[in-house]
Design a protein around this ligand. Structure first.
Ligand code: ADP
Ligand SMILES: CSC[C@H]1O[C@H](OP(=O)(O)O)[C@H](O)[C@@H]1O
Length: 407
């Protein structure tokens, strides 16, 4: 079964039975294709006797969201699998365990995390995740610090940069995040009711300059091995546990890109709250909770990253007094810029978020979209001036109250 073709349900079951000890000849397997993402096939295989189960994820040679007219390299499956193994080593239990892989078939068989829920869905349902900020802050601090020049043998790090060059996935990001929202593109996707906002994005020179600066950093700065698409749809969660999936956009890039992804997706949920929660007091309480999560993601990341730096930094010059503060201050600025650009792309670009798109009430949905754009633009335009997480939060709050430009 080794030459590439998309697997049928039967083939996915047959392969799992053959290669895994988990299933024996008596297993009664069932299989469902459950892929709800934009790119890949995901098979969920269960033994109805033992209840043991696994996930088989297989890359398609094109972007599923668009079709065969958008070819993509299958090598992304190898990259995703290697990153999962790397992240499991650096941060045990934070990602699904890889049980088996076949790079020819572009597939990975991994731990089934169905006892968790996808965080985006959990947030929409109104669930509370009090440990999330700490978990994800530590996950990012560990995975990003230990793959950077701060902690690695710098020759080995250069080898890793080569191994994780991921051109097709990076091109998606470069186009969908750092270009198409700012010009006419057939792939852009927004409702006519916000045409005025889309037009403003295309003509705002101040915004274009900041996006060009963020884009350049994304193209050129091999700072650490990123997850590359760390949104709330790539996180499995319960109130006690957080697991990260789907690192197929991984590559060596700017650390703030991963942090910004988390902040952006929490803020995209924040603007959607009136679509999900009824009553003024309940809306405010949920909004406060989300803003606190946003702030805590940064503070937990910063605390953990600095702790690891103090314990384990290898680069001689990085011990210089003042350098850590300089480095972390830049990370906060980058995180703000990337958070803003990711909010904007999810409103006017090709791929959206369910938090906003599935709000039934058109007026509330439009208000959420406008608020997301306002926060996104404020973060992008001011990211290089931010000196503290308080500055970041003030930019968010001002924009959500319509106070942009009045500070
Ligand atoms: N390890 C896993 N355990 C359980 N379900 C999974 C697992 N990995 C993926 N899934 C399911 O498959 C869906 C799509 O997976 P994802 O990796 O996000 O695919 P894509 O790369 O196409 O976005 C997830 O939303 C989740 O429902
Ligand atoms: C053409 S891919 C669009 C979009 O989809 C990816 O997300 P996911 O696979 O998690 O659904 C990524 O964010 C891409 O930018």
């Amino acid at each position: 079964m080794s030459s590439y073709h998309p697997l049928t349900l039967d083939e996915a079951m047959q392969l799992s039975r053959t290669v895994l000890d988990l299933f024996d000849a008596n297993s009664e397997l069932t299989c469902q294709e459950i892929g709800d993402g934009n790119l890949n096939l995901v098979f969920h295989i269960t033994d109805t006797n033992s209840r043991n189960s696994v996930i088989v994820k297989q890359a398609l040679p094109y972007a599923k969201i668009v079709g065969e007219s958008w070819p993509l390299s299958l090598d992304r499956a190898r990259i995703e699998r290697e990153i999962l193994q790397e992240e499991y080593r650096i941060c045990p239990g934070s990602v699904p365990q890889v049980y088996y892989y076949d790079d020819e078939l572009a597939l990975t068989i991994m731990e089934d995390l169905s006892d968790h829920v996808i965080m985006r869905k959990g947030l929409i349902e109104g669930n509370h995740y009090p440990l999330f900020s700490k978990h994800i802050g530590e996950f990012m601090a560990r995975t990003l610090f230990y793959t950077s020049d701060l902690a690695m043998d710098q020759s080995l790090k250069k080898e890793k940069v080569k191994k994780f060059v991921n051109p097709d996935q990076c091109k998606i990001t470069e186009d969908l995040i750092f270009e198409e929202p700012y010009r006419f593109s057939e792939r852009n996707n927004y409702s006519p009711s916000i045409e005025d906002e889309a037009e403003a994005l295309r003509t705002d020179h101040e915004l274009h300059l900041e996006i060009a600066i963020l884009r350049e950093k994304f193209l050129t700065q091999a700072q650490a091995l990123l997850h590359g698409d760390l949104h709330t749809g790539s996180i499995f969660i319960t109130p006690e546990s957080t697991k990260v999936i789907d690192p197929e956009f991984a590559y060596y890039g700017p650390i703030g890109f991963d942090i910004g992804a988390i902040l952006a997706n929490l803020l995209l949920h924040y603007v959607s709250v009136p679509g999900w929660v009824r009553g003024e007091a309940a809306v405010s309480a949920r909004e406060e909770e989300l803003l606190l999560m946003v702030q805590n993601v940064w503070t937990e990341f910063e605390r953990s990253f600095c702790e690891l730096w103090d314990q384990d930094v290898q680069d001689y010059m990085a011990r210089t007094k003042g350098y850590q503060e300089f480095y972390v201050a830049k990370l906060l600025q980058d995180s703000a810029g990337y958070a803003g650009s990711k909010m904007i792309r999810r409103i006017v670009g090709l791929a959206h978020v369910a938090d906003i798109d599935t709000i039934n009430d058109e007026t509330i949905r439009e208000q959420a979209e406008r608020k997301a754009l306002s926060i996104g633009k404020n973060l992008v335009k001011n990211h290089r001036k931010i000196t503290s997480i308080t500055d970041f939060m003030n930019l968010v709050i001002d924009a959500s109250k319509g106070k942009v430009g009045q500070r």
